[in-house]
Design a protein around this ligand. Structure first.
Ligand code: DP6
Length: 351
C-alpha cells in the first residue's frame, strides 16, 4: 500500500472525468491517434475516473519521473503507458522536466465490471496535467483549455477526447459537420428534448478482461476487406445522427444505434484474425429487449462497445418501465447492472 505522506508537495490537482458510450463507433485509426472515421457518443455520469496528481521535487534523472497508483496500489502496466504518454507529449507539459508527478486514480465502477476505463482515465489524466501547465503559465482555464485537453486526451486513448465534453460529443473530420476535427472532439449542442437526459443501463454480462484489446482491434481494420465501406458508412451515420438528435426522431435513433453496435462486432468477426466478443447472455438480452420493444411499444434500444456488455439506451420518461424490465426479465442474462445517464462532463475537485 502507498505511503501518502509527501513532505515536499509543490502543488496538487484533482479531476473527475466520465466515461462515454459511442453511438457511432470509432474503429480503425492511423498514426498518431487519427481516427479513420468520425464518431459520436453520449457522455456518462456515474461511470467515471478520478485522478489526483501531485508534483514533488525530482529524485532521479529520468526524463519523466512518474508513479501511478490505481486504488492505492502501484499500477506498473498502466503506469508505464501513462509515463510513455507524458514523455511523448512533454512539450505540452514542460514542468515535467523539473518535477516528479504522482498520480492516484480510482474508478467509480467496480474493477471487474468489464467497463473500458481508458476513456475516463486518459480524460482525467490529460485534464490534470494540462491544469498544471496552465497554472505554471498563469493562463486562465477557459473553452480553449477543454479543447486542448480533448486533443491531449486523444493522444492517450482516442475515445477519451469525447469524454471532455458534456452530453453528446463527436470526433473526427466530417465533410458534413462544421468545425469537426481529427485532433479533438466537439460538443453536439442542438439536442431535441427526446434525447436530453438519456439513460444508459450497462448490463455486465461478463466481467473478465477482454480477450482482444481495442488497440489490436483497431489494427485489424488495416487491410480489412470491408474497411473503406465501413469508414464511409460511419461518416454518413455521424452526420445523420447529428440530424436525428436535432429532430428527435427516436425510431431512426434506435435503428442507427443497434446497427452500429452489430456492425462494430461484424468488423471483428470478419477481420483476418477473426474473433468474437459477444456471449450467450448478450444475444439473449438483445432478443428479449427487441421483443419487449415490440410488445410494450417502449422506445428502448441497445448498443455495445468492444466487449460483451450490453448498453441499454432509453429516454428518461420511460425509465420506470425499462428499469422494471431490466430488473425482472433480464436478470439471467447479466451479472450486475449499472444504471447510468447522460452527464455534464468533467469536474475539478478539491485536491
Ligand atoms: C469500440 O478509444 O479504446 O469503444 O485509441 O486505442 O485507446 P484507443 O482505442 P479506444 O477505442 C474505442 C473503441 C470503441 C468505440 C468508440 O468508443 O468509439
Amino acid at each position: 500500500m502507498e505511503n501518502t505522506t509527501q513532505s515536499n508537495t509543490i502543488t496538487k490537482v484533482k479531476w473527475r472525468c466520465p466515461s462515454n458510450i459511442a453511438i457511432v463507433k470509432y474503429w480503425g485509426k492511423k498514426p498518431i491517434q487519427i481516427p479513420c472515421n468520425s464518431s459520436l457518443s453520449l457522455t456518462l455520469s456515474n461511470s467515471y475516473t478520478e485522478v489526483e496528481a501531485e508534483l514533488t521535487e525530482k529524485t532521479t534523472d529520468q526524463k519523466v519521473e512518474m508513479t501511478y497508483y490505481f486504488e492505492g496500489e502501484i499500477s506498473d502496466l498502466f503506469g508505464r503507458k501513462v509515463a510513455k504518454y507524458l514523455e511523448d507529449n512533454i512539450e505540452s507539459f514542460p514542468f515535467l522536466n523539473d518535477y516528479a508527478v504522482t498520480m492516484r486514480s480510482m474508478n467509480s465502477f467496480p474493477h471487474s465490471a468489464g467497463i473500458a476505463s481508458s476513456a475516463s482515465a486518459f480524460g482525467a489524466i490529460a485534464l490534470a496535467v494540462l491544469d498544471f501547465s496552465y497554472a505554471f503559465a498563469n493562463k486562465e482555464r477557459n473553452d480553449s483549455f477543454f479543447q486542448e485537453a480533448s486533443n491531449l486526451a486523444r493522444l492517450g486513448s482516442g475515445s477519451a477526447c469525447r469524454s471532455i465534453f458534456p452530453s453528446y460529443a463527436m470526433w473526427g473530420e466530417n465533410d458534413q459537420i462544421e468545425n469537426s476535427s481529427n485532433e479533438k472532439a466537439i460538443e453536439v449542442t442542438d439536442i431535441h428534448p427526446n434525447f436530453q437526459n438519456m439513460k444508459d443501463a450497462i448490463l455486465i454480462v461478463e466481467d473478465e478482461p477482454k480477450k482482444v484489446s481495442s488497440t489490436i482491434g483497431h489494427g485489424l481494420m488495416n487491410n480489412h476487406p470491408y474497411a473503406e465501406a465501413r469508414f464511409n458508412q460511419a461518416n454518413e451515420r455521424t452526420a445523420k445522427l447529428v440530424e436525428i438528435l436535432k429532430s428527435g426522431d427516436i425510431e431512426s435513433f434506435i435503428q442507427l444505434s443497434e446497427s452500429e453496435a452489430l456492425t462494430l462486432h461484424a468488423m471483428m468477426m470478419t477481420s483476418s484474425e477473426y474473433y468474437l466478443l459477444v456471449k450467450p447472455g448478450t444475444i439473449q438480452a438483445i432478443e428479449k429487449l427487441m421483443q419487449f420493444r415490440l410488445e410494450c411499444l417502449v422506445p428502448v434500444c441497445f448498443t455495445l462497445d468492444a466487449g460483451p456488455n450490453l448498453h441499454v439506451l432509453y429516454p428518461a420518461k420511460y425509465a420506470e418501465k425499462v428499469e422494471d424490465f431490466i430488473n425482472n426479465e433480464l436478470t439471467d442474462t447479466y451479472k450486475k447492472v449499472i444504471f447510468d445517464h447522460e452527464g455534464n462532463g468533467p469536474t475539478k475537485l478539491e485536491a
